[in-house]
Design a protein. Structure first.
Length: 159
């Protein structure tokens, strides 16, 4: 019984050290919200889940960026996120590990945060976030941070 507890403790410690070395963030960190958003937007192509990381204002900005013209004005956030791309060194990022390997730098002040995502070959993208637990989105991400602006930079028109 004692060896089982010791094994469990050692295993948990190694997993914690491994996670700390991989650039993972606390569940409620603004960096987590942006990384998870990017994962849904560009890795899995799940536009609805990506939009659930956004405030209502953020969703409107994405929809506006996705609209090619007045006839396309009804394009919503989900379609806009399904049209999103992230390009690093001329290559489309479409792998979760590539998203995790980006650099995330956060500045937090009260219920507001700014997260700048950068990496070699990537023009930095700045996201503004609000700390808000219940926005009524279809899917509630595990972090209470929601992106208020910056996501529209990923949207491309014409797809």
């Amino acid at each position: 019984m004692r060896s089982i507890r010791m094994y469990s403790l050692v295993t948990a410690s190694l997993l914690a050290l491994g996670a700390a070395g991989c650039g993972d963030f606390e569940k409620d960190a603004p960096e987590t919200a942006v990384r998870d958003f990017l994962s849904h937007a560009v890795s899995t192509g799940n536009g609805q889940r990506a939009c659930d990381h956004l405030t209502a204002a953020g969703q409107q900005q994405v929809a506006g960026a996705a609209a090619k013209d007045e006839q396309d004005a009804a394009v919503g956030c989900r379609i806009g996120m399904e049209r999103s791309v992230l390009v690093v060194d001329g290559e489309f990022v479409d792998d979760l590990n590539e998203v995790k390997d980006l650099d995330y730098e956060a500045e937090t002040e009260g219920h507001d945060a700014t997260v700048t995502v950068s990496g070699e070959g990537l023009k930095p993208i700045t996201f503004r976030l609000k700390h808000d637990d219940a926005l009524g989105n279809l899917y509630e991400p595990s972090t209470p941070w929601r992106i208020e602006s910056g996501a529209e930079a990923l949207v491309r028109t014409g797809s």
